[in-house]
Design a protein around this ligand. Structure first.
Ligand code: SF4
Ligand code: SF4
Length: 382
């Protein structure tokens, strides 16, 4: 892989490696990788300053256009407010004028108050709140360390965000195989007045997926039908990204073509270790992975690690079993984390293949039946 064509760098920055919740599906704490136990609970100011310095250097050398930094945890709002304020200052001032910079934060929303909102607004931080649906859906997985519901506190935090943030928050919901999509959509739209939603496929792979893949496709189909029939304009990121790819522009959820990558995702731990997309920690691929350290290496040196090359190669190379599928160049065999099997790595269709095939076909039929000229579709459908 040649990374010289990179235009965008996304950084998952683990500012906190602890959480006030204990969600059973959490890829960070509950998927078998315990490396967080050896990492600092909170990132230090020195590590943030070093990261900013490395990013500056890398942006200049590679003439990057854009850096997106996602403040992640654990739960990032466990950090004292003054410290997070300082971290945002350091990042904004250190990268100002060098690249187009966006800052986001991914939170369970439970600790949000007006002081947090003021800090997030002042630094232009976009907010994603994790909530799986109504209380019955959310309580299925998102409980605290004493088994208590997080629903009310999250909904309270979400309402503060909706009322006071300069930019509306996005709600991120993990799909449950047995969840009723219509009930969840109605709850988000009519009860909580959410206008930006993402639905995530659970971080499962061929070693641990035992469900009904078709059910996930049926869920997405119902959400699509609700969305297109909604009287107001609603953004559902998974669907919007699929449509964007269908019309020819690649993005981080759908394959972006086979050339050298113009986009790279890095994860930075609270100790300043750097690795690839850390959703992979839910697979055996990650086990034993040793982070490269910002202190001893530049980002340019770090991304020459064979693991980055190998991982980007897999992202660009659909599985051999997908060679006859008409969706191959759009779907790219799905997200790498869902393709993995300890027996043969990433050379597999996603575990959600059956459902995604159904969903893709449904959307294409909808477009055709609604008079969309199919020659406008820029994707290569075989
Ligand atoms: S809130 Fe997020 S980080 Fe915390 S346990 Fe749940 S999924 Fe994991
Ligand atoms: S829909 Fe299934 S077979 Fe087709 S490319 Fe995606 S994973 Fe492969």
């Amino acid at each position: 892989m040649n990374f010289r064509k990179l235009k965008t760098l996304e950084v998952i920055l683990k500012i906190t490696e602890r959480c006030n919740l204990d969600c059973d599906y959490c890829y960070f704490f509950n998927a078998g990788d315990d490396s967080y136990k050896n990492h600092a609970a909170f990132i230090s100011d020195d590590t943030v300053a070093l990261l900013v310095q490395r990013l500056r250097q890398f942006s200049e050398e590679y003439e990057l256009q854009r850096i997106a930094i996602h403040l992640h945890g654990g739960e990032p709002l466990l950090m004292p407010k003054a410290r997070l304020d300082g971290i945002c200052d350091e990042i904004r001032s250190g990268l100002a004028g060098i690249v187009d910079l966006s800052l986001t934060i991914q939170t369970n929303g439970m600790l949000i108050d007006l002081e947090w909102i003021e800090i997030l607004n002042r630094h232009g931080v976009e907010v994603g709140v994790s909530l799986d649906g109504a209380q019955v859906h959310n309580d299925a997985h998102r409980l605290d360390h004493h088994g208590r519901s997080s629903y009310r506190a999250t909904v309270r935090g979400l309402a503060l965000c909706q009322e006071h943030l300069h930019r509306p928050p996005m709600v991120l919901a993990v799909i449950g195989e047995n969840f009723d999509p219509r009930e969840i959509y109605e709850h988000f739209r009519r009860d909580l007045h959410v206008g930006l939603i993402d639905f995530l496929l659970p971080d499962l792979n061929h070693d641990n997926f035992g469900g009904d893949a078709g059910a996930y496709g049926d869920f997405l189909i119902e959400i699509f039908d609700q969305m297109v029939n909604d009287e107001e304009s609603v953004g559902v990121r998974f669907i919007d990204h699929f449509l964007a790819r269908l019309y020819g522009s690649g993005n981080f959820l759908f394959a972006a073509g086979r050339g050298d990558p113009d986009y790279l995702l890095l994860t930075v731990s609270s100790d300043g270790g750097v690795g690839p997309d850390d959703t992979l920690r839910s697979t055996k691929y990650w086990s034993g992975y040793e982070y490269r350290d910002l202190k001893s290496s530049s980002l340019e040196e770090i991304i020459q690690d064979p693991l980055f090359h190998e991982f980007e190669y897999f992202k660009k190379t659909p599985a051999s079993a997908c060679s006859d599928c008409c969706w191959r160049d759009v779907c790219g065999s799905g997200q790498p984390v869902h393709r993995y099997a300890s027996s043969n790595g990433f050379d597999n269709p996603t575990v959600y293949c059956e459902g995604l095939d159904r969903f893709y076909t449904h959307v294409l039929k909808y477009l055709a039946l609604h008079g969309e000229p199919l020659e406008k579709i820029g994707a290569d459908l075989i």
